[in-house]
Design a binder for this molecule. Sequence first.
Ligand SMILES: Cc1cc2nc3c(=O)[nH]c(=O)nc-3n(C[C@H](O)[C@H](O)[C@H](O)COP(=O)(O)OP(=O)(O)OC[C@H]3O[C@@H](n4cnc5c(N)ncnc54)[C@H](O)[C@@H]3O)c2cc1C
Length: 369
Amino acid sequence: MQTNFDFSTNTLIIGGGPAGSTLAKKLAKNNINTILVEKNFAYDKPCGGGVKTIVFKEFNIPIELENKRINEFILFSPKNRATIDLSETPLSIVLRKEFDNVNRKIAEKNGAKLIEGRYKTLKHIDDYIIAQIKTKEKLITIKTKYLVGADGVTSSVRKDIIGSYPKAILSHYSNISSVPINNCEFHFGKKFAKKDYSWVFPHGDKLSVGTFLNQEKTSYKLFSNFKNSIVQNDNTQTKGFYIPLWQNKTLFYKNNVFFVGDAAGQVLPFTYEGIYYAIKSAEILADAIIEDKPELYEKNWNRKYKNKFKFFITLQKIFLGSNFMTEKMIKFFQNKQLQQSALKYWGGTAKPLNFGQAVLKILNHAIKN
Ligand SMILES: Cc1cc2nc3c(=O)[nH]c(=O)nc-3n(C[C@H](O)[C@H](O)[C@H](O)COP(=O)(O)OP(=O)(O)OC[C@H]3O[C@@H](n4cnc5c(N)ncnc54)[C@H](O)[C@@H]3O)c2cc1C
């Protein structure tokens, strides 16, 4: 690889999804020289687009990007259902193509340089990195102090540094022509998604219907059964895409190369929320880069989220391990008081202990009933 270069920067970010654009926004705002490389400015990431409404206020994201406000979730188990009142913790649906595009534009306005091109390779030379980017016109080289892999679940940067992609599960989904469903539905139980869930999300003028499933061999069959239960004889194309499974021992950083968002597996277990945590994780990383203390990224992320992520893995194992426990979970959510304490924990306004106590209550309930 040649050692002369087209651009020189402090931080080169590969990937302009929620993680990459948030990082670029914050770094540029703090006068850190930043380049953001995105392979396709018109990319529409396969995604339900469900994100806590608080995200707009918390990260100063234009509220015009909210496509729909969701005030209720409906949870289904094979025998029961629970309606979850989200009026205190609403959820918004965003359309990813415009959401990502506008956030990249804000980063550019803050001073980041945007390049449409595909990351190809990197090389460490002394204490800096040279990366090669393929644009439509030519191959360019960028010299940088830090390089960030924000390039999603199939992160090429991560593959180059660690030799593997994040552990992930497959989802099957279709965006079908609208059926009159205005709230988000989550369907649990072996019939549609063993140990995971199937979902229905309003999405623009369509309905996003999908199944997350750890066992790929049966995933498609369960998905088509599920889709048939929502709408019969639908011929919309089914697509498949991976979503990371968070691992306790995740690599955050190696030789001035960081990983963030899906590239670091930072998706909340059980719920599979990735957008909010990609944004939050990028903020934590931005602070570490601004202070020029890379080690703060892992330390502060672990302090803020490690216990929560571990706790959600435990919840998933307990409640989705069998239809019996799934029924108990739905019963739990039928209790308005317990439901609201769970939502406060999910929304980040209650301490884990409160929800831990609630879990004990449900286990207690399960034993007694
Ligand atoms: C079917 C499905 C439904 C989902 N629904 C939800 C949901 O409702 N709510 C939620 O919170 N999460 C959801 N997720 C998860 C969510 O989409 C991700 O967690 C989130 O997008 C992660 O953001 P990111 O910025 O880390 O990565 P991404 O959004 O994947 O962004 C990575 C970016 O990197 C770019 N890129 C990739 N390779 C290169 C390269 N070589 N060079 C340059 N650029 C590159 C890509 O074009 C992309 O723009 C869903 C996921 C799936 C698969």
